[in-house]
Write a protein that binds this ligand. Structure first.
Ligand code: ATP
Ligand code: MG
Length: 516
């Protein structure tokens, strides 16, 4: 269990360059985490080479299964242990976020979501003797800054995961469940999209009012929900991407693990898989340009403005969190950041998966993505186990607070130990004369100890130097030597601290030393 700070893990994936195309990105397998980009300077004048170091940089030809292993697998483990975890894909339009999160038809093209579910259900089977698991899935879309429940379209008919699609898509697609390009406004929803509300919980976290949480018992059922939702997700053709996501989506998989007696505790964890819409330049995507030939270019322009605004808020939130001591984090400036508040700066193990396109035309955007990713590396979160009881959130917070207090106390004790050891090194007990210098006051204390008393019991003689302060103890038969006297110019606190230290040191020394 942990409630310590965890740094956001940053992984970069560069999609492979197209045949015959130059690449601005180099990844060297001998230097893990290093990525080099050739991009124009900010004033556009000259192309320079820049290097960034991340937790992982995935080689351009890395398979989808290896991408899952390097990223989300550990997040699923966290969720099974009762933590919240989040993986969010960020990058310019067309750089491969949706491909990475959801993937495409065909086994080798499957993305992180189906692989994470396979791994989750297989892991739950292995732990079935200790825990009873229940799983729920929600699928949310943020389109034009409105919240829409994509889970309501789930119509599975059982374990085979077949989905009865409501509504229609206009074009077949290789992407699971996607309808391809559609008419503006969404297939089922004439006019404005749904607008679910965000509500704050008593502990400061948020939830979406009335969002479906669908009970699922295997991968096929989860994927049926996801596929049905993807069919209704807002994707449209732009000049930058055949199926450009015009909305942010969040798949949330909640795992409740009830202990089956013994030491097995009941916990709950959540996995958020976030596929962000990509930032785009309207000139390049054709949005807002009637001559571009893309469908309803004005609507695409409206979407682009809303997408870019929410991503810019995400940038501001990360900038504030990366500072570490920011007093104000603008979570409330966008629904996206409000919903991801806990994932970005709270109770979650969080990973950023930054996707970049190696085309020279995309170099500037790729550089922006890497700079955003670099800032995310400085963000820390505070994951803790979510115990399942009457007030699990409150309990989690108490544990987190106590862990912090213990850490602070340990640190304080360590500092005091060092302080006393430093002082006591100066005590010359071997010849029974000690000199203790007080760091705070710069005062010197000499203690003379006479061992010539009866029965070998020492008697301390106080020898004061420089008119400072002396120590005196009587020949009482008590073998501990303590500096007890304080004279003018020295604080009582210093005197008693030193007395206590010396007393402790001498007590243990006396036990060992046969000469005293
Ligand atoms: N690593 C990759 N390997 C092979 N093809 C890829 C890879 N990444 C992306 N692609 C292809 O690039 C195209 C665009 O990818 P995708 O739709 O995932 O981009 P995106 O980042 O989600 O863009 P947007 O922000 O517009 O939604 C798709 O046709 C996809 O198949
Ligand atoms: Mg996409």
């Amino acid at each position: 269990m942990s409630s310590e700070n965890a740094r956001v893990k940053v992984v970069v994936r560069a999609r492979p360059p197209q045949a015959g195309e130059e690449s601005t990105i180099s990844v060297n397998d001998d230097q893990p985490g290093l990525i080099t980009i050739r991009a124009p300077a900010t004033d556009g004048s000259e192309v320079t080479e820049r290097e960034f170091l991340f937790d992982e940089v995935l080689s351009t030809n890395m398979s989808q299964v290896d991408v899952f292993e390097k990223t989300c697998k550990s997040q699923v483990d966290h969720v099974l242990d009762g933590f919240n975890a989040c993986l969010f894909a960020y990058g310019q339009t067309g750089s491969g976020k949706t491909y990475t999160i959801f993937g495409e038809e065909g086994d080798s093209n499957q993305g992180i979501a189906p692989r994470a579910m396979e791994y989750l259900f297989a892991s739950m089977k292995r732990r079935a003797a200790q825990k009873k698991f229940t799983v729920f899935v929600s699928f949310l879309e943020i389109y034009l800054d409105r919240l829409r429940d994509l889970g309501v379209y789930a119509g599975t008919d059982g374990a085979d995961g077949r989905v009865e699609f409501k509504g229609s898509g206009s074009k077949p697609s290789s992407r699971p469940g996607t309808a391809g390009s559609r008419k503006s406004g969404g297939a089922a929803d004439a006019g404005e999209p749904e607008n679910l509300e965000i509500r704050e919980n008593p502990n400061g976290t948020v939830h979406v009012q009335d969002l479906s949480a669908i009970p699922v018992s295997n991968t096929a059922e989860v994927m049926a929900v996801i596929k049905a939702g993807l069919t209704r997700r807002q994707t449209y053709h732009t000049l930058m991407n055949e199926q450009s996501s015009r909305s942010h989506t969040i798949v949330t998989v909640t795992v409740v693990a009830e202990g089956k007696g013994g030491d097995s505790e009941s916990v709950t964890g959540k996995l958020n898989l976030v596929d962000l819409a990509g930032c785009e330049r309207r000139k390049r995507s054709g949005a807002g340009d009637d001559a571009s030939g893309i469908e309803d270019s004005n609507m695409r322009a409206k979407e682009a403005v809303v997408i870019n605004k929410s991503l810019s808020t995400l940038g501001n939130v990360v900038m504030a969190l990366a500072k570490g001591d920011a007093t104000y984090v603008p979570y409330r400036d966008a629904k996206l950041t409000r919903l991801l508040q806990d994932s970005l700066g709270g109770n979650s193990y969080t990973q950023l998966l930054a996707t970049v396109h190696p085309r020279p035309a995309d170099a500037e955007e790729s550089l922006n993505t890497l700079q955003f990713a670099n800032r995310c590396r400085n963000v820390t979160t505070q994951p803790h186990i979510n115990f399942l009881d009457a007030d699990s959130e409150a309990q989690g917070k108490i544990i987190q607070k106590l862990m912090k207090e213990i850490a602070a106390l340990k640190q304080e004790m360590g500092a005091q130990k060092t302080h006393y050891e430093d002082k006591l090194q100066r005590v010359k007990l071997s010849d029974l004369t000690s000199t203790i210098e007080t760091g705070a006051s710069g005062v010197t204390l000499d203690i003379g100890v006479d061992t010539g008393g009866e029965g070998g019991v020492g008697e301390a003689k106080s020898v004061s130097r420089g008119g400072s302060w002396g120590s005196k103890r009587g020949a009482t038969g008590d073998k501990s030597r303590s500096a007890t006297a304080a004279t003018a110019g020295t604080s009582d606190a210093n005197a008693s601290a030193l007395a206590e230290a010396q007393s402790l040191r001498c007590a243990s020394f006396l036990k060992r030393d046969p000469y005293i």
